[in-house]
Design a protein. Sequence first.
Length: 420
Amino acid sequence: MVPTEESLTAERSEGHRPSPPPLRRNRDFQLFWIGSAISAFGSRASSIAYPLLVLALTGSAADAGIVGFAATLPYLLLQLPFGALADRSDRRRVLLVADASRGLVLAAVAAAVVLDWVSLPWLVLAAFVEGALTVLSGAAEPAAVRHLVHPDQFPNALAQQEARDRAAMLAGQPVGGALFAVGRAVPFVFDALSYLASLVALLLIRKPMQEPRERVPRRPPFRSEILRGLTWLWRRPFFRNASLLVAGSNFLFQALTLVLIVRATQQGASPFMVGVILAGAGVGGVLGAAAAPRIRRALSLPAVILLTHWVWAVMLPVFAVLTEPVLVALLFAAVAFVGPVWNVAVVAARVAATPDELQGRVTTASKLASYGAIPLGSLVAGWVIEMTGATWTAVAISVAMVLLAVLATASPAIRRGIAP
């Protein structure tokens, strides 16, 4: 049985336990947060360098879309097996391997650029491998954070993780654009070093990142373990429908991001200004993450989801007519404000309801449903831009978001929220 919102609140308030120390005094969480913040910053810097490098090499929006598709394709192909792998393995080891391997991939990309060996197939391969390792890390991270903090502080810890990601977007993308202007290899070198910093931080953490596991003489078949997380999620209508709704919004925002990059480039914007436009989402995201715990306390889970989608439905049509870079960045900030509120509310409820031994599989099952559409966003947007232009693509994205908000409102499972 899935706990109700009231039961989750009651469990947290049972007894009169002393208040835990604030998160800023939690050494292990701070190490984790700082290390992951540095690597997220580096990743954002290199993420804008990939499409800029492709556009510089081939001048094709479709080629840029192919690389974006490759980077996000692992979210569709590898979520379930990597979730099972994360549950079978030591979470600390999973995170260490993912960081070390991503650092090597980025170093290899930088070397290829410097030596003039870079090509579209090479960038597609590198983007896919880095994306795969990011999926592996993401399978272990939420449950790892849960074990580094007091249960009452987990929603606030998630909000800080959201703030980390949004701040990385805010600072990383314009810095990535500026570094690309200095040298095409520089953003990739920067990202490789950021993974090294994260690796060191993980090695310094003392607390265990999972409950003790009993040795199993004979494990069930890997295939059956993979499906357990998907089955758990599918049998809970609220979490299932919430994941499907965010799949649609993620598809649309991935497409919108490519629209903004291509349109700004076609209008002669510098790489730095392209980064500034996309960093608008970081500004709104940081503010939204800071406000998320307070907003979540004031609103029910259904209200959070419905409000999020209707805010997007109202704002996205403006992108079709707005071209001034600074105004586009401000609008992107307003749109991004509500996203962290959704993430903190739904992820905290899902992690609290999931058994520890299923955390990786349920996390990746949710991401398969919600992020599996991201690769198609880049791919489809690249083709549609080539055929109709950036403005008409933005119009299509706006219409689709209105339809998504209508579907959210019409869903009984979403309107009920968490229910047995």
